[in-house]
Design a protein around this ligand. Structure first.
Ligand SMILES: [Zn+2]
Length: 232
């Protein structure tokens, strides 16, 4: 029982943390859009990207709920972030914070971030990551049991296994979302090559072992490769 509730707690953590793209760091007042300009950009971008994302979703993942809800977290205290989650009915929700939309430099960047988050849903990354976490927990708990671990050792191994499992493919998921995000942003009439410049300003996570995000250079290379394939 305890193991099950621990697992569901871990999965909840995973669901909430899977899709961060923001840096959590502002750029200083001078480089930022005014709230009014940012809100205008945001509603224009949502109006153009959402129908394309929905269309891609219905084509590539008809088994999923493709009725995207895109919302703005207006709390000024919320750090720069955008993330995808699912509501209790499986409806995809994409949340932007005010700090993110005022931190993007143009509509192409905002469109790219939105397309990237929509791509996470279309590729079903939350469910795939949850399955990886569950599989990791089972494998690590099995190893701890085999080596004669106590109940506490097994519980710790399960927790570690879930964390390792959840992170195993997260860099691949990010690059998949960049690839499909490039396609969605392009079809919505935005320039993903300009949009991907957003990554050049957020801190580069480098190539850390089990880090959740790929190095920025790898992300830019993915966008450029996809752009060449699309012919622009
Ligand atoms: Zn992401």
């Amino acid at each position: 029982m305890r193991a099950i509730s621990m697992l569901s707690a871990l999965c909840l953590f995973t669901v909430l943390s899977a899709c961060d793209v923001g840096s959590g760091v502002g750029y200083g007042d001078d480089g930022r859009l005014s709230t009014q300009e940012a809100m205008r950009n945001f509603s224009e971008v949502v109006g153009r990207v959402e129908p394309v994302a929905e269309q891609e979703c219905r084509k590539d993942a008809p088994q999923l709920n493709c009725d995207f809800l895109i919302q703005l977290d207006k709390r000024r205290s919320a750090p720069e972030n955008a993330y995808q989650s699912l509501d209790e009915n499986g409806r995809p929700v994409i949340t932007f914070t005010l700090a993110l939309i005022t931190g993007t430099e143009n509509a192409d960047e905002l469109a790219f971030v939105l397309s990237h988050e929509a791509a996470h849903h279309i590729r079903d990354h939350l469910a795939r990551q949850r399955r990886n976490a569950e599989a990791g927990a089972v494998v690590f708990a099995g190893l701890a049991t085999l080596t004669g671990g106590t109940e506490a050792d097994v519980a710790n191994a399960q927790k570690l296994g879930a964390a390792v499992g959840a992170r195993t493919y997260s860099k691949e998921f990010e690059l998949e979302a960049d690839e499909l995000g490039t396609i969605i942003a392009y079809r919505a009439g935005f320039n993903p090559l300009i949009g991907a410049n957003y990554f050049t300003r957020i801190p580069d996570p480098g190539d850390r072992f089990l880090g959740t995000h790929p190095p920025n250079a790898e992300r830019i290379a993915t966008v450029k490769r996809t752009a060449r394939r699309l012919g622009f």
